[in-house]
Write a protein that binds this ligand. Structure first.
Ligand code: FPP
Length: 264
């Protein structure tokens, strides 16, 4: 059974490597259906090397690539990355520009990889407030990958969990949904409508904060914090987080553990 997970890594990973051992130790039936990641520590990574902060963001792209690849090969249905929060506009204009440019570059450069791996791209957040050229790339990539049936890669941009709830409530008011509003009403009007809730939330660089990320959706998520800075994060770190997740007992407020039944 365990060998089936490694199958998609054949020819990519040495079967005798530590990574291969870790993959073989995972339980295929208990993989998270949705992994959400707060990518943190780019600035600190750069500072340690006496480099400008943007060098940390640039290095973070390799971590994005490695994380997307490992998740897709494992067959994780949804991966959400927190790339730019609604609060990040407070950063110096040069840094904000670099982040926007890196995102455009990533989308352009990685489109063929997304297509080859049947990855479907989606962005969440107040997208209409982003520069037009960024919106164009986002829309282009969403459109180009719309019919892909593999992993869903969700990038949170100009995202705030509180504003997402505000937007959902305003959508409900606009639609004329009256009192009493149900939790399904709210859920169906979130940016993430139709996606499973994250089972595993990873935060890099050691901070124990949620930072306004997916506030509604992480109600029952298992939280995993690693000291690894985002630019150092690779497939091995993701596998360690998943192994840790599989050891946890999930009770959802009940007294018995619940077994995850993966549909894949
Ligand atoms: C946090 O580090 C990281 C960010 C605010 C941005 C993450 C963005 C990328 C990795 C590049 C673009 C993303 C994609 C999806 C292509 P920080 O600057 O807050 O680090 P610090 O806490 O050490 O200062």
């Amino acid at each position: 059974m365990a060998m089936t997970l490694f199958k998609n890594f054949e020819g990519v990973l040495d079967p005798h490597s530590a990574e291969a051992d870790l993959i073989n130790s995972l339980e295929p039936q208990k993989l998270p259906r949705h992994i959400a990641i707060i990518m943190d520590g780019n600035g600190r990574w750069a500072k340690k090397r006496k480099l400008p902060r943007v060098a940390g963001h640039r290095a973070g792209i390799d971590s994005v690539r490695a994380t997307v690849e490992t998740s897709a090969r494992l067959g994780i249905p949804v991966l959400t990355l927190y790339a730019f929060s609604a609060e990040n506009w407070k950063r110096p204009a040069g840094e904000v520009n670099t982040l926007m440019n890196l995102l455009k570059e990533y989308l352009r450069r990685e489109l063929h990889t997304l297509q080859e791996n049947k990855i479907r791209f989606q962005c969440i957040g107040r997208i209409r407030e982003l520069p037009e050229s960024v919106q164009y790339e986002l829309q282009f990539t969403e459109e180009a990958t719309r019919t892909n049936k593999g992993m869903k890669l969700v990038i949170a941009l100009n995202y705030s969990g509180r504003l997402e709830l505000v937007d959902a409530l305003n959508k409900l008011l606009q639609k004329g949904v009256g009192y009493p509003v149900s939790d399904e009403d709210i859920e169906q009007n979130l940016y993430t409508a139709g996606l499973p809730e994250p089972d595993l939330l990873i935060r890099t660089s050691g901070e124990m904060r949620i930072s306004n990320f997916l506030l509604w959706q992480i109600a029952y998520a298992e939280i995993y914090v690693t000291d690894t800075l985002w630019p150092d994060f690779r497939g091995m770190h993701l596998l360690e987080a998943i192994r840790d997740f599989q050891k946890r007992e999930r009770r959802y407020g009940g007294i018995r553990p619940i077994t995850l039944h993966n549909t894949r």
